[in-house]
Design a protein around this ligand. Structure first.
Ligand code: GTP
Ligand code: MG
Length: 309
């Protein structure tokens, strides 16, 4: 029987992984959330009407930037599991969306259960917006933001790629330092889509401030031949493959400062990543098994080098 979600449960306290038995059959409350009415009507009709609030304008924001289904929500899930395991506190930020957004409230309320649920991947399509805050010993370290993939890049609708929605522009313009996690995946669609995505990334670069940073996150690396052993990837070959598939993707990040560019040829980082394995059960459920810790460890190290630097 599906485990039902109780509204108002103590949802924002950190809970440890494994609190929910792996054998227990659960359906995440988020999976049960109404995805059709994910946004209030006016915002659904017009992305430029979407309003968000970043209350904390000091703590850096890690912005997940990637097309639909590139794995942004599962990266959030995997990072949250890892960070909690190594002693960080990860909480949802309920004030990010107005209290009228019932869907966001539901997602916040059900977040902890989703994180620990082995059916986590079933829930991800219901998540469009999510702002998390990472704490250590009561001190905020960074915020992590996911926005709908279509707002980053919609491969099926050229007109929507004219400019970013207003809320996204205002996040780009606000005071927080941003670390953009630009998600790419192997063998994604065809060359014309990949070329359009590179153009979209260039649009993003024009919105980046001088203190902002970029990390290219090569998600789903488990599907490539570049994994040498569990959690270890041939990063140079993986990066070359991305460079070949997404022509010109790193061009704008070339370091043009003489001598410095000999040691640091690019002003961006590249991190291979895998959130884990996805298998279908005989019942048709999508069961998620998290991947090795090496991937979130390396990503966190890279993020922290920018948060501190
Ligand atoms: N093989 C593999 N598949 C992955 C990985 N990460 C995500 N996936 C698959 O990609 C699907 C989509 O992941 P999501 O996290 O929902 O993608 P998203 O970018 O949040 O999608 P939108 O919110 O619609 O923009 C998952 O259900 C998995 O099937 C990974 O590391 N490896
Ligand atoms: Mg998502």
């Amino acid at each position: 029987m599906a485990k039902k979600f109780k509204v108002g449960e103590d949802n924002n306290d950190e809970i440890s992984q494994g609190q929910i038995s792996r054998n227990e059959t659960t359906v995440s409350p988020i999976a049960e959330a109404d995805t059709i009415n994910a946004l209030p009507q006016d915002e659904n009709n017009d992305p430029n009407a979407i309003k968000v609030t970043i209350e904390d304008e000091k703590t850096p924001i890690v912005v997940l930037f990637g097309p639909p289904s590139s794995g942004k929500t599962m990266i959030l899930v995997r990072m949250t599991r890892y960070l909690r395991k190594i002693g960080f506190n990860v909480k949802t930020v309920p004030t990010f969306r107005s209290s009228e957004d019932e869907h966001y409230k539901k997602i916040c309320d059900g977040f902890n259960e989703m994180i620990t649920n082995e059916n986590a991947a079933e829930s991800t399509s219901a998540i469009s917006f999510m702002l998390l805050k990472v704490w250590k010993k009561g001190k905020p370290i960074c915020q992590i933001l996911e926005t709908p993939g279509e707002h980053c890049f919609n491969p099926n609708d050229k007109s929507s790629n004219m400019d970013f929605p207003r809320y996204f522009q205002s996040i780009c313009n606000n005071n927080n330092r941003k670390i953009f996690l630009i998600v790419v995946e192997p063998d994604w669609r065809d060359e014309s889509h990949r070329t359009n995505y590179v153009q979209r990334i260039n649009q993003l670069i024009h919105r980046m401030g001088q203190r902002d940073k970029a990390i290219f996150l090569y998600n789903k690396v488990d599907e490539t031949p570049f994994v040498i052993m569990r959690g270890k990837t041939n990063t140079a070959e993986a990066k070359k493959s991305v460079s070949d598939q997404y022509k010109g993707i790193f061009e704008s990040f070339k370091n043009t400062i003489p001598i410095v560019n000999f040691f640091t040829p690019y002003n961006c980082k590249f991190v291979p990543f895998s959130t884990g394995d996805y298998n279908k059960t005989v019942n048709g459920d999508n069961v998620y098994e998290e991947g090795p810790d090496e991937y979130p460890r390396e990503l966190w190290k890279t993020i922290m080098s920018f948060v501190r630097g």
